[in-house]
Design a binder for this molecule. Structure first.
Ligand SMILES: [Zn+2]
Length: 263
């Protein structure tokens, strides 16, 4: 599940593969960029903002541009060495290929792929709340934004990237379990909002630098979460069957005993 930590890791992989490199070719397989050719462009750096990826480039004219992409539920970037087979995903999912002398970056099933002047990056990510894994993470501001809508359920509010950027379904479910808070609790009734926000940040930060997302500290398959993906399995604390509810594309897992409804 691409959440803030996955996107952070992806940005680092792209940065290591391409930063400082001059592109020797590009191949966009999306209509809006089909005519774009980045040959001769230099990659300055790769960064993440919440769940958004920003690949910053300098054109031969010295103009600064940003290639934006979003992974949503199923997107991915992979870096290969030149000549290596691209095995991560089926070829029909490829949306862009960037070639440099030392690496080939392949973007699969990317969303919102756009090339914008770097000065206009804010038009793409300016609406986001504080980035949980950003160098400028501001917990107080995230709490302030969440608290501004006290009637909203905490489950929904944590997913709203305008409040804080980087939490997806997995971390939402896990944070609320660990805090003993039902996902349907109104924000105004959450006992310790700053503590909830701080825990979300710690859980994401703990998974930087690895692809296995674990909130339990266990990395073995089947042991990485408390409630997420564990419908009908016994709660690790009380043994009650974990519940799952789907609302559109938003899935919630919770333990009805450990997370009593206070609304
Ligand atoms: Zn329980």
């Amino acid at each position: 599940m691409p959440e803030g930590d996955t996107v952070w890791n992806t940005a680092r992989v792209l940065d290591r593969a391409l930063a400082g490199a001059r592109l020797t070719g590009s191949d966009f397989r999306v209509p809006q960029l089909a005519a774009t050719d980045l040959t001769g462009w230099t990659v300055r750096e790769s960064a993440s903002r919440g769940k958004h990826l920003l690949l910053r480039l300098t054109a031969p004219t010295a103009a600064q541009w940003t290639l934006h992409s979003h992974l949503r539920m199923d997107g991915a970037w992979r870096a290969y060495t030149p000549g290596e087979r691209w095995t991560a995903r089926p070829a029909h999912l490829i949306r862009v290929v960037l070639r440099s002398p030392g690496a080939v970056a392949v973007g699969y099933h990317l969303h919102e792929l756009a090339l914008v002047p770097t000065a206009e990056e804010l038009s793409l990510v300016g609406h986001l709340g504080p980035d949980l894994l950003g160098p400028d993470w501001d917990a107080d501001e995230a709490v302030r934004r969440l608290a501004a809508e006290p009637e909203r359920t905490i489950g929904e509010a944590l997913l709203d990237q305008r409040n804080l950027a980087g939490v997806g379904n997995l971390y939402k479910c896990e944070v609320l379990f660990l805090r003993g808070v039902s996902p349907w609790t109104p924000v105004g009734a959450v006992p310790d909002l700053p503590g909830t926000v701080a825990l979300a940040q710690r859980l994401l930060a703990a998974n930087r630098g690895r692809w296995t997302q674990s909130t339990t500290g266990v990395l073995r398959r089947g042991g990485t979460s408390y409630v997420y993906g564990r419908r009908a399995q016994p709660c690790r604390r009380c043994g009650t069957a974990i519940r799952k509810e789907e609302l559109g594309d938003r899935v919630t897992y919770w333990c009805p005993v450990c997370q009593p409804d206070r609304s």
